[in-house]
Design a protein around this ligand. Structure first.
Ligand code: MLC
Ligand code: AMP
Length: 504
């Protein structure tokens, strides 16, 4: 069997000089490629010594650090399945992921050890380790005595590399199973399409628990043997300080909006920059234009999903059209279909369906759900609605799923409505996204009190905080006497969105 392990694919492209810089941080830490290879080997040896068998899941909820990246590489090397979790998730959310994925090893922040270990114990997880942003915690100490070489476990294209949980319409997340082949094909395609070249330096400011920061950004740099400037969190001032040393930056639209608020963002700061890439949420044309005016650079917008990695992209060389996400990437088949599943004519709006080597292997332990989301001829129903323009560029015009994207994070209203409805005094609720300059969409709740109950929006927010990740807590809660319903009794969210839009 030819080894299709994603780590092997990436490592085959590492630079000849392993002593050169792979990653550095503004705090002055610097790691060579050899450091990455050795550290990931030690961690892979540790995982093997724990008895973890290829295919076992490793759930990781840790702050972003160079060691978290080494852990990701080690998991690939050991043939294990990487399951990254947003650091904002609270106990209820983590309980679901661990119960659903049944990992063999859970790694969490040292300060969360107590409650995470309790959840892990309940679900029969064999091992829990901790990893802190300052290289503290039990994981690195346990790995230290292990050998710094490790023969990467061969994997086939179809073997799983990662499970990415993405919110489900019923309020519960589904684990999208991505294979080594899925991720390697996307890495190769993007490498060529975005014209990665010698001398490129990636400024990495995204979180590494989602497709964007973990796969698109990291694989791009590793496959190109490019060093990364590694920011533990997105800080617009720090990004502007680092820009003169970088050539490639990737961000969600909120990051671009916040960068534009930085006085230092100008042509000089971007003198070496080659590519600003945006994705995960719609980039407003206004942001694209403002950014071009300030920096002289046209942001390259692309479109993807956890289930599919990247699907379409504006070109590196060629016309970048604001308001579009560009043509399908090479190797990706994309069609727009009507309600009967028939292909739409150019310019007509319909559902976006895709097929290609990048499309996932299905939802973890949800075969029925997986079948539902694929057509008979193997296309995946993205749930996004769009059109193809004359030039073959895709324009996303909406979603046929009840999904809110806030600052690049997905929030499913049903999950929040269910929690709100359980709170004392709440009769019912509707959760919507309203336009927001900073986050693109802001989570907003409209709540009806039970007869005689007196509700306070601030108190409701406080009750939600701690139960769900902060980005899911509604920014605003409106109290109303009743929700607008249609003749079928369905809540008319469009009316609510219109009523609570900022300029309404
Ligand atoms: C943070 N907060 C948010 C938020 N992020 N609220 C709404 N939406 C968000 N996205 C809230 C916190 O709960 C907290 O609230 C307050 O803001 C400050 O928290 P913070 O951690 O300091 O936030 P900040 O650093 O400002 O984060 C903003 C951000 C971050 C834009 C940097 O949201 C981010 O990194 N977004 C990127 C998401 C991403 O990587 N998406 C890729 C998905 S992959 P309080 O009330 O507690 O103070 C995908 C596929 C594809 O979609 O195509 O790429
Ligand atoms: P996720 O489930 O987190 O992977 O989010 C994927 C969703 O993000 C897609 O289905 C789209 O709705 C949205 N998305 C990603 N990139 C873009 C983009 N450039 N423009 C509009 N929506 C996007």
């Amino acid at each position: 069997m030819r080894d299709a392990n994603l780590y092997s694919v990436l490592a085959a492209r590492f630079p000849a000089d392993l002593e050169s810089c792979c990653l550095e941080t503004p705090e002055g830490l610097s790691y060579t490629w050899r450091d990455m290879v050795h550290a990931s080997a030690r961690l892979a040896n540790l995982m093997r010594s724990l008895g973890l068998r290829p295919g076992a899941r490793v759930a990781v909820q840790v702050d972003k650090s160079p060691e978290a990246l080494m852990l990701y590489l080690a998991t690939l090397r050991a043939g294990l399945v990487f399951l990254p979790l947003n650091v904002a998730y609270q106990a209820g959310e983590i309980d679901y992921f661990i119960g659903n994925a049944k990992p063999a090893l859970v790694i969490c922040a040292p300060e969360h050890r107590e409650w995470v270990a309790e959840i892990a114990r309940r679900h029969g997880v064999a091992h829990v380790h901790t990893l802190g942003a300052g290289r503290d915690g039990s994981l690195l100490a346990a790995a230290a005595p292990h050998a710094d070489d490790f023969a990467t476990v061969p994997r086939s294209e179809d073997d799983l590399a990662s499970i990415i949980y993405t919110s489900g319409t019923t309020g519960r997340s589904k684990g999208a199973m991505l294979s080594h082949g899925n991720l390697a094909s996307n890495a190769r395609t993007l490498h060529a399409y975005w014209g990665w070249r010698p001398g490129d330096v990636l400024l990495h400011a995204l979180p590494i628990f989602h497709v964007h920061g973990l796969f698109v950004a990291i694989h791009g740099a590793l496959y190109n043997a490019s060093p990364m400037i590694w920011l533990a969190r997105f800080d617009p001032a720090e990004v502007v300080r680092q820009l003169p040393r970088a050539t490639v930056f990737m961000g969600v639209p909120t990051m671009y909006v916040r960068l534009l608020d930085e006085p230092g963002l100008d042509r000089r700061a971007c003198a070496r920059m080659r590519l600003f890439i945006s994705g995960s949420a719609p980039l407003r044309v206004e942001t694209f234009d403002d950014f071009e005016r300030r920096t002289g650079m046209r942001i390259l917008e692309r479109y993807g999903m956890s289930e599919t990695a990247m699907l379409t992209s504006n070109p590196c060389d060629g016309e970048r059209v604001p308001g579009t996400v560009g043509p399908p990437l090479p190797g990706v088949e994309l069609r727009i279909v009507d309600e009967r599943g028939q292909c739409c004519a150019r310019g007509e709006i319909g559902a976006i369906e895709v097929r290609g080597p990048n499309v996932f292997r299905g939802y973890w332990r949800m075969p029925a759900k997986t079948r539902e989301e694929f057509t008979a001829d193997g296309f995946f129903r993205t749930g996004d609605v769009g059109q193809l323009d004359e030039g073959g560029y895709v324009r996303i015009v909406g979603r046929n799923r009840d999904l809110i994207i806030t600052g690049g994070y997905n929030v499913y209203p049903k999950e929040i409505e269910t929690l709100l409805d359980e709170l004392p005094g709440v009769l019912e609720s509707a959760v919507i996204g309203v336009p927001d300059r900073d986050f693109g969409e802001a989570v907003t709740a409209v709540v009806v009190a039970r007869p005689g109950a007196k509700l306070d929006p601030a108190e409701l927010k406080e009750l939600l905080r701690g139960r769900i990740a902060g980005f899911k807590v509604p920014r605003r809660i409106h109290l109303v006497a009743e929700l607008p319903r249609n003749a079928m009794g369905k809540v008319q969210k469009k009316l609510l969105r219109d009523a609570y839009a900022p300029n309404a």
